[in-house]
Design a protein around this ligand. Structure first.
Ligand SMILES: [Cu+2]
Length: 160
């Protein structure tokens, strides 16, 4: 009986939280979806991708990430140079506008894992913590995918 009551109370709280744009929720409400990383070898670099939703009415930004699997973790943007080659530019932050979303994906924004301390192979998982301007840290368990088996997308398979 106590359990049921507690669940009812929790359910009501959750409903209230979702319905309120700001109200008593001090922070923001950010969710990560569809996160994955490409397989990569120890000593090399890897990249992680995800979809970030900002469900709040407050602007926020992804300001960095950390993980035990790499020496350094940076936020990068891949973009085409005038000569047709791709370059990666380190970003101080990725804006997450209120009620907005941003996709980290191959050929665009990504979390760059620099100097992998271990192989990350398809089927592995590792922990990645995201840092934001306003929101508290979010730690994700990132599944590793083999990019060879990802099907024939037109994406730049060799570049993060
Ligand atoms: Cu990069």
């Amino acid at each position: 009986m106590k359990k049921i009551l507690l669940m009812l109370i929790l359910g009501t709280l959750l409903l209230t939280a979702c319905a309120a744009n700001d109200g008593h929720m001090a922070g923001t409400d950010i969710e990560a979806h569809d996160f994955w990383a490409r397989s990569a070898m120890a000593g090399g670099n890897g990249a992680a991708y995800m979809l970030l939703h900002n469900h709040s009415a407050k602007d926020d930004a992804l300001t960095g990430a950390s993980s035990d699997v790499a020496e350094t973790v940076e936020i990068h943007l891949s973009q085409m140079k005038a000569d047709g080659t791709m370059e990666m530019i380190k970003q101080e932050a990725i804006a997450l506008p209120a009620d907005g979303e941003v996709e980290l994906k191959p050929g665009s924004y990504h979390v760059m894992l620099i100097g992998l301390k271990q192989d990350i192979k398809a089927g592995d998982e590792f922990s990645l913590t995201l840092h934001f301007t306003n929101h508290e840290d979010i730690t994700l368990t990132i599944p590793v995918m083999d990019t060879q088996n990802m099907g024939g997308s037109g994406m730049d398979g060799h570049m993060p």
